[in-house]
Design a protein around this ligand. Structure first.
Ligand code: SD4
Length: 332
């Protein structure tokens, strides 16, 4: 737990830091494109995304963030890149199917007003994140699943598509030949879900998370990614968090809500991620055979990450730092 002094310090920062004023903190030559990233008021946008393909997501989000757009628009645009990329094997098109060979997708989005939308067990729609956003914006609900989510998407102009990429179909055939029964746990060898967090020039936070879930899962299985508080949570007063890995373990710990609440209590994003991994370990006796990683963004633009086993990385795009891939610290 934080001591009272660090708690007060963070609380005071939290109150004053939104938006974060960098004037006087960092020299700004006014010449580099990165310096243009700050608004006239000096707020520093940040984009943070899980895994290697987070680099491309950040690239898509960055012009929105530096052009004065919202973090909400930025995270949606960012994760749509992974959703459409067939080489990303745990998200959208190209995602591994369930044990019946069907690609079923989960996604959620949350904005600075605490609004959230989610879809789960959604088939045939390339961009579940955009359906989740429409659930948030057009309905009184948070979550719509299965056939209802598909009907909602089609009624709102989304196109029905076949999302089973030939490579994913081949992987499914191999899985059937090799065992055909056991759903592999998500460990260091199979992952890719994209979770993304951003702060915009107005100092507002949003987050998005989208996945095809566990490869060869039971039909109808839903993981943590579309569950607000498990795979994603954003509180504009404090910060945001997103998770990747074996969703069952994340749900048991209500992982991302936990990370944000730890930050609210005064922990840094890094410390909050580390404590949340400890909680996952406490709640999951099989923790050595799974991977779980958390990524967190504080209201002041600080970030942190931690995971169970080595191998989790994430992409950070911030002014003066460019778009870079960073290896997460791990418990093992
Ligand atoms: C799930 N957490 O459905 C997701 C999968 C994942 O990297 O994160 N893969 O359990």
């Amino acid at each position: 737990m934080p001591d009272r002094r660090s708690f007060l310090k963070t609380s005071a920062l939290g109150a004053a830091a939104a938006p974060i004023l960098l004037d006087g903190c960092t020299p700004d030559s006014g010449e580099t494109p990165e310096s243009d990233a700050r608004s006239e008021t000096g707020v520093r946008p940040v984009a943070l995304s899980t895994w290697d393909h987070g680099l491309a997501a950040n690239d898509a989000a960055w012009p929105i963030l530096t052009g004065g757009g919202s973090a909400l628009d930025a995270v949606e645009a960012g994760v749509r890149i992974s959703e459409a990329d067939p080489t990303v094997t745990s998200v959208g098109y190209g995602g591994r199917p369930d044990r019946f060979g069907r690609v079923t997708l989960d996604a959620c989005i949350m904005d600075e007003r605490g609004r959230c939308g989610s879809v789960a067990f959604l088939q045939h729609i390339m961009h579940p994140i955009s359906v989740a956003r429409q659930v948030m914006e057009k309905t009184p609900h948070v979550m719509i699943v299965g056939q209802g989510a598909l009907d909602f998407a089609l009624a709102n102009g989304f196109e029905r598509e076949d999302l089973l990429h030939p490579d994913a179909a081949a992987a499914w055939e191999r899985w059937k030949e090799e065992n055909g029964e056991v759903t592999p746990r998500i460990d260091v060898n199979n992952h890719d879900t994209i979770g993304m967090l951003a702060v915009d020039q107005a100092g507002n936070l949003s987050g998005a998370c989208t996945t095809s879930g566990a490869a060869f899962k039971y039909h109808g299985r839903v993981g943590d990614s579309p569950i607000i508080g498990a795979g994603l949570y954003v509180d504009n007063e404090v910060g945001g968090a997103t998770a990747t890995g074996w969703g069952e373990a994340v749900i048991r710990a209500v992982g991302c809500f936990l990370v944000v609440e730890l930050m609210r209590q005064g922990h840094t994003p890094q410390a909050a991620c580390e404590l949340a991994v400890e909680r996952v370990i406490e709640k999951n006796p099989d923790w050595r055979s799974i991977q779980v990683g958390f990524l967190a963004l504080g209201k002041n633009g600080d970030h942190g990450s931690f995971c169970i086993a080595p191998g989790f990385n994430y992409a950070l795009h911030a002014p003066d730092e460019g778009n870079q891939l960073i290896d997460s610290g791990s418990r093992i």
